[in-house]
Write a protein that binds this ligand. Structure first.
Ligand SMILES: Nc1ncnc2c1ncn2[C@@H]1O[C@H](COP(=O)(O)OP(=O)(O)OP(=O)(O)O)[C@@H](O)[C@H]1O
Length: 285
């Protein structure tokens, strides 16, 4: 990271503190240390020298021009790709393969059309270890959990509907429930609201805000929408063009939780303008 471009220097990583049982608990959740990745052993790095740490329960957003390596960052954070150089640790553990403590949602909701909303939400528990081992025994408990989640996101009464009976926004709500059904410690969102109209998108910002405020999982949100990043995230990282580097880190000064009125305030506009200037700069260099 070039020091001159950093808006807020990363907070020093404080030492681990003991929990109530006297065990050391990590004060860092996501920990990237000088991470480089080249695909297919090529000489060209897709991302370069990525160093960042998040606090447990922090909501971060990553913004940057197309092709800068945002999805690559996600693959590294979930263990789908191993770094060519450097280390990735999540929740105090070195990442050596795909992580189970992660839920993911993408721009396309990718619900299976032959399954009802409830069956789609329950799918990860049917197929992913260790849940599938106790799936039959615990099914009633999981159905209850899925119905509670659907209610939280405003889909009460839609459990038995098929995806084609839901609007795009409703499908994305169901997809977020599916990502959270195994109560992951980390939620990764890759442009989750990119295909929705502006009103639905803002509604879903509030759905996500409420889920995160209640459950305080760790979130990495990749987005092209600077207002979305400013509305939701605690900290926003700006990436450069390929090879993707983190060129700026901005702590969001607006208190959480935010409501939509915040988006009409001067500090919110100032933050979005500041981010836009950074994006303009990385696009033109
Ligand atoms: N599987 C792959 N094999 C080879 N190169 C890849 C692969 N996936 C991504 N890349 C390259 O790595 C770079 C970063 O891609 P990535 O998808 O991470 O960017 P992104 O910021 O998520 O893009 P967008 O905003 O357009 O979705 C790009 O140059 C891309 O062509």
């Amino acid at each position: 990271m070039s020091a001159g471009a950093v808006i807020n220097a990363p907070a020093d990583s404080p030492a681990a503190t003991p929990d109530f049982a006297g065990n050391a608990t990590s004060t860092t959740f996501v920990d990237f240390n000088q991470v480089y990745l080249a695909y297919d052993n090529s000489d060209a790095f897709a991302v370069e020298d990525i160093t960042l740490q998040t606090r447990p329960g922090e909501f971060i957003a990553i913004v940057g021009p197309s092709g800068c390596g945002k999805s690559t960052f996600m693959k590294l954070a979930t263990g789908l790709k191993a770094p060519t150089r450097g280390t990735v640790r999540i929740d105090g553990q070195a990442v050596t393969g795909p992580l189970k403590i992660v839920g993911m949602a993408f721009q396309a909701p990718t619900l299976l059309p032959w399954r009802t909303t409830l069956e789609n939400v329950l799918l990860p528990l049917e197929i992913v270890e260790p849940y599938r081992n106790t799936w039959k025994k615990d099914r009633a408990k999981y159905v209850e959990r899925a119905l509670a989640l659907l209610k939280t996101v405003g889909l009460e009464g839609y459990a038995d509907k098929y995806p084609w009976e839901l609007s795009g926004g409703m499908q994305q709500r169901a997809s977020i429930c599916r990502a959270l059904i195994h109560e992951p410690k980390m939620l990764l969102l890759d442009e989750p609201f990119g295909a929705l109209d502006a009103f639905t998108r803002e509604e879903l910002w509030c759905v996500l805000r409420d889920l995160w405020t209640e459950r305080k999982f760790n979130v990495i949100l990749v987005t092209h929408d600077l207002r979305e990043a400013a509305f939701l995230a605690d900290t926003i990282y700006v990436m450069s063009k390929r090879p993707g580097r983190i060129v700026a880190r901005r702590e969001n000064p607006l208190p959480q939780p935010r409501d939509l009125d915040t988006t009409y305030t001067e500090p919110f506009s100032a933050l979005v303008h500041e981010l836009r200037e950074h994006i303009g700069r990385v696009r033109s260099t």
